[in-house]
Design a protein around this ligand. Structure first.
Ligand code: HEM
Length: 124
């Protein structure tokens, strides 16, 4: 398995741990205000990262070069920034709305870069 695919799985499991911690916090406290952050950390962080890692594991030629590494950093930084700022915003820090918006665009840029990786021809 390419190093980048392995890195994606390591990152994904950390997002799952964080997402479940938020879920357990909500369950124990009865405060479900941060449901949106929980859902996005789990779905963008755990599920999507694991899918990106799976694709790269199945297509090792797509995992080499600068673009896949750039995509990883853009996507992961975007999801960390979005998950954190969304949690704080839903917890009452409404001033963070522009930060959530900016972080969302960074995460989306990571998704668009992955689309380029999928559509580009594999390096031989
Ligand atoms: C031990 C693990 C988990 C716990 C304790 C937990 C707990 C919760 C809680 C308390 C809510 C709020 C429900 C509400 O307010 O109606 C919620 C919502 C949600 N969770 Fe989890 N969760 C867990 C794992 C996951 C995982 C692994 C995923 C996705 C891969 C996930 C996706 C979602 C989504 C999408 C929602 C929003 C549902 C909606 O608003 O209709 N959760 N979770």
């Amino acid at each position: 398995m390419p190093d980048l695919a392995h890195l994606y799985f390591r990152t994904a499991i950390l997002f799952l741990i964080a997402g479940i911690c938020v879920g357990i916090y909500m369950s124990m406290s009865g405060n479900h205000a941060v449901t949106g952050a929980h859902a996005h950390i789990n779905l963008l962080g755990w599920v999507t990262s694991a899918l990106f890692g799976t694709y790269l594991a199945l297509n090792p030629a797509k995992a080499s070069g600068l673009l896949p590494r750039l995509q990883y950093f853009v996507y992961v930084i975007g999801v960390i920034a979005m998950g954190t700022s969304l949690y704080l915003m839903l917890d009452g820090n409404t001033a963070l709305v522009p930060v959530v918006a900016a972080a969302s665009l960074v995460a989306f840029a990571g998704v668009l870069l992955f689309a380029v990786i999928i559509f580009m021809p594999a390096r031989t």
